[in-house]
Design a protein around this ligand. Sequence first.
Ligand SMILES: Cc1cc2nc3c(=O)[nH]c(=O)nc-3n(C[C@H](O)[C@H](O)[C@H](O)COP(=O)(O)OP(=O)(O)OC[C@H]3O[C@@H](n4cnc5c(N)ncnc54)[C@H](O)[C@@H]3O)c2cc1C
Length: 351
Amino acid sequence: MKQRITILGAGLAGLLTGYRLKKLGFEIRILEARNRLGGRISTVVSDNNTLVEMGATWFGEQHTNLLALLEELELSYFEQFMKGTAYFEAFSMSPPQIIEIPTDNPSYRIMGGTFALINKLAEFFNENEIILNEQVKELDFNDNIVKIITQDKIFEANIVISTLPPALLVNSIMFRPQISSELSSIAERTHTWMQDAIKVALVYETPFWKHKNISGTLFSNVGPITEFYDQSDAENTKYALCGFINSSYAQFSATERKEKILSQLERLLGNEALKYKSYEEVIWSEEVFTKNKMQENIFVYPHQNNGNAIFSPAYFNERFYISGSETSQYFPGYMEGTIFSSNKLVSKIIR
Ligand SMILES: Cc1cc2nc3c(=O)[nH]c(=O)nc-3n(C[C@H](O)[C@H](O)[C@H](O)COP(=O)(O)OP(=O)(O)OC[C@H]3O[C@@H](n4cnc5c(N)ncnc54)[C@H](O)[C@@H]3O)c2cc1C
């Protein structure tokens, strides 16, 4: 009998796992809580169709599984623009230092935005196979068939694969019967990569920084910006700057935060920085399908418990698998780790 597999989450892990299993002849359904695909991959179409990355962006030559997947899906990539002056603000009392960025280990971006990877995988499914706006709330393993309960529907499957970050999984889904306290307590203490990140992008009509031989690369201990980069397209026809804000700035109002970011950009890049066409920001700690309120009181170190062996076995009589970036033993938290864990799980299911 054809095995019916339901995958929870339509981020990179869910879509890639579904893509591989469907190719092998399994019947696949993917349930996604958000009203969009991609999870922590989110390429926003901003002013003048300029694409800015509010989630995953960069990778390197060490990310061999990602490079192989891009080749398999016939997606191209290009080098992150780093030419020209870069600034480092070490102390608030001292002027910014001009620094040299080594060019021997470049990072890359996917042509057409990281979301091109999500779109390419999604093309492989028909409209009944990926269902958006379905927040899974309960998994019931009492019968031979697994019942997957969302806000207003009950789905059934032979096998369920979760691709939710483990902490979110155990804090937002009820299991019948309950999962072991060991699995629950480790999952709860498993760090979700970038769960507290704030990402900001500004789109410009002209790349004024490049005209002054400034790369757009900024590092700062002063803040609010901690790291910023040029995010113009590969063809150099659309122009943007994009990067990370210190996560403590989530406490400010959106207006106050923006004022502080603009004041830092003006200080470093001059008043042309204020002539932006559009401004985008995502505060990932407020994204309830990445980090929920239950996780706020539990302190975890970056990558804590990532790739823990407890995520490897199948549970509930081989009917439940836990996958996703944070379960990977190799580059956990990154796209590379996501692909590694998906590939590994598919091999396990075939066996
Ligand atoms: C700001 C930021 C910057 C990043 N930068 C980089 C980078 O430069 N390079 C890099 O390699 N990686 C980066 N990453 C990490 C990268 O995005 C992740 O490794 C990868 O996208 C994880 O994919 P995933 O499918 O495992 O998890 P997710 O993308 O988190 O997917 C899980 C999915 O499950 C869904 N979901 C949650 N709850 C439910 C529910 N109850 N029912 C149904 N669905 C549910 C979510 O909506 C989501 O779509 C970054 C991440 C962020 C947030």
